[in-house]
Design a protein around this ligand. Sequence first.
Ligand SMILES: Cc1cc2nc3c(=O)[nH]c(=O)nc-3n(C[C@H](O)[C@H](O)[C@H](O)COP(=O)(O)OP(=O)(O)OC[C@H]3O[C@@H](n4cnc5c(N)ncnc54)[C@H](O)[C@@H]3O)c2cc1C
Length: 458
Amino acid sequence: MNARETDVVIVGGGTSGAYLGWRLAERGMRCLILEKKPLGELGKDIGPFHMEEEAFARFGIPLPQGDELLHRLETITTWPPGRGRKVTASLTTLDMDKPAFMRRLISYAREAGAEVVERTGFMGVVRDRGVPVGVTARGPDGEFRVPCRLVVDASGIGGAVRTSQPATPWFENDGIADIDTLVVYMESWGGLEGEVNPDINSFLHFQGWYAPSYGEEMIVGVGMPASPEGAVKRQRAFAATLPFTGEARSSTSGRVPYRRPPFSLVDNGLMVVGDAAFMNKPFSGEGVTSALTACAIAAEVAAEALSRDDLTREALWPYNLRYFRGQGAKFAFLTAAMPALVSLSPPEIDFLYEVPGIFTPEGTRALNLEYELKSDPAETLRAVPALMGGIAAGRLRPGSLARIARMGAVAGAIRKLYESYPEHPADFGAWVRKARPLWERADRARHDYFRRLLREWA
Ligand SMILES: Cc1cc2nc3c(=O)[nH]c(=O)nc-3n(C[C@H](O)[C@H](O)[C@H](O)COP(=O)(O)OP(=O)(O)OC[C@H]3O[C@@H](n4cnc5c(N)ncnc54)[C@H](O)[C@@H]3O)c2cc1C
């Protein structure tokens, strides 16, 4: 078994691994990215994907050009199930070719000095007195060992590194359960006939959307908990409600995580980023921008720790602190709060669309860009009589409103807790003891809703 030495081994050359490798190499760190697939395959399982235009400047990524950019979309429209009052928000989103985007990220990483090896799978972490000092991997030329100071799990939803580690109070090693996943199933439709809104269209009730794909084609997709068969059935039912018809020219399916991240993203010599740490937007499952947010923080913290040659969990802790007090707190709130909202019946959602101040263009923008469920307090107050009227008229069940209030309170408490994520590992145990019971309530509510969907569609 040959050995080559580096500072950081990043397991996975997807969005997270390639971006993190780029950012670390740029800071002068020696990086080896291990990718089990051939690099030419990266992104092919997804095809077209969406990313907000403003994110490119935030993450220092040049805007896509040529064939990589499929469409520049100006708005997102959310629709009530009965197609009554829709809400359109301006939000510039780029519809892009994921394989081309991945080629570009990998080339940036290489140009900055990172080494990227393909067809090479992570096998295990090598430890010395419990501390990670390298990894073993298997590539086309056989097995090899890489001594390193830091191992980063960027291996996607399976969390290859994290789940291979011994469980410690610091580092959860559980694999993802089916009930904590959304299966995304999407078809690309051509030969469209009927009324098509050529931007992004989102349908809360089906966790469904349609949006431009390659050329003139439209993606028609849904998210569905746990079940690939259920996702196809749900997509068919959703497609039947659309005001246009088309012919499915291709289809794609994959899984995204839908649960809280591990309570800590670091341990001695270890970090987790992206889908491996369940960092997807809790309302849509999208994970590119949110992974970039975490990787930007992780790169700064890791570079600082490497330059001091201190890779202890204490030295890597600022990644936890900065991620969880920022995006992590917002996502935690939404993960806990959203099921109560999306599990409303179609007539109830229709009713809420009619109430001024509930679904608004500003709210839609804020949810997508700032990950906030924002509403103007004055408008919310004005909504109260309308909501009461809805209950009196039987358009909103009192139980639904009570569930939203209950889960809103749990979600609010979770958010507050994440906003005061412990500054030091010494306070982590006490923090986890407060977080666990809140998540048990939130998870129970989400699992109940997901199981209902499984009974309906699977
Ligand atoms: C159908 C579908 C559509 C989507 N559309 C969008 C969208 O429009 N916008 C958006 O923001 N998000 C979208 N997402 C989610 C997004 O693709 C992910 O959140 C994002 O790719 C996460 O990046 P990642 O690098 O963390 O994980 P991944 O992209 O999964 O990359 C992980 C990499 O690690 C490699 N790997 C795994 N195990 C090992 C191992 N043992 N050794 C070496 N390498 C390993 C894998 O081969 C993979 O290349 C979509 C997801 C799906 C399934």
